[in-house]
Design a protein around this ligand. Structure first.
Ligand code: DGL
Length: 270
């Protein structure tokens, strides 16, 4: 038994799509969430910068006496996972392998679309992960750099005409390539899911790594005997490096429950 919380972090709001699935699958567990909205987007930054930010985020969460950590960001998973795993003695879950597993399982015509940040796409992490599962799958990938700023900007941007126009620009080539499944290889993209599915053909299945990642988290908790005492109520804490006033309503919208206790953190101190 281990009553300590699970740490979850992302460059901003996107990791909340992963946290939501973790809460669904592990309702008894406590969690500490950090979203680095003050420095997002990460996916257009250099590898050195993303690695530095990942280590700062890790150090911040480790100050909260967590029992494991979830890197709920594809960009940090792609650029930093190997270094982070070597540097910290704590179970760490990332999001790319779970996303690849889901995509490889769902494609029937073996034409798989992957969208992500420029960093994630150029790292080739998804190509390696998918081909490691099934080398006969043909991958069509596309970086969508404007999607994260649009998702962070607020709900009115998730489904408006400008976002739709941008989505068409990014996604029509993928649509034309005949993919039957599209992996949302960025944890922010489920927030734009309605817009993305308006552009893709109806039959195209959109998959995110959130649910599969939550299953990995559950297995990690069970395999390491780290379940929280079921008699205790779960406690959730939320931190952002940007305005709490902006974070709380968006966090509430994503999690479907009102969050009023978020705190601002100066992440550069870590
Ligand atoms: N949610 C992050 C991801 O999954 C977004 C990275 C960014 O801030 O650009 O890649």
């Amino acid at each position: 038994m281990d009553n300590r919380p699970i740490g979850v972090f992302d460059s901003g709001l996107g990791g909340l799509t992963v946290l939501k699935e973790i809460i669904n699958l592990l309702p008894g567990e406590s969690a500490v969430y950090f979203g680095d909205s003050g420095r997002a987007p990460y996916g257009t930054k250099s590898k050195e910068t993303v690695v530095k930010y990942t280590f700062q985020n890790m150090r911040f969460l480790l100050n909260h006496d967590i029992k494991m950590v979830v890197i709920a960001c594809n960009t940090m998973s792609a650029y930093s996972f190997r270094q982070v795993v070597k540097s910290f003695d704590i179970p760490i879950v990332e999001v790319i392998q779970p996303g690849a597993v889901t995509g490889a399982r769902e494609t029937k015509n073996k034409k798989l679309g992957i969208i992500g940040t420029p960093a994630t796409i150029s790292s080739g992490a998804y190509d390696m992960a998918v081909n490691g599962i099934d080398s006969s799958i043909e991958i069509f990938s596309k970086a969508c750099p404007l999607f994260v700023p649009l998702a962070e900007e607020g709900r009115e941007w998730w489904e408006n005409d400008i976002t739709l126009r941008i989505a068409e620009e990014y996604l029509i080539p993928l649509k034309q390539s005949g993919v039957d499944t599209l992996v949302l290889g960025c944890t922010h993209y489920p927030l734009l899911q309605n817009t993305i599915s308006r552009v893709m053909d109806k039959g195209v299945k959109l998959v995110s790594s959130a649910l599969e990642t939550a299953k990995v988290v559950k297995n990690t908790v069970t395999d390491n005997n780290m379940q929280r005492n079921v008699q205790l109520k779960p406690v959730y804490r939320y931190y952002t490096s940007d305005s709490v006033e902006k974070f709380e309503p968006l966090c509430s919208a994503i999690l479907g429950t009102e969050i009023t206790s978020a705190e601002r953190v100066d992440i550069e101190k870590y």
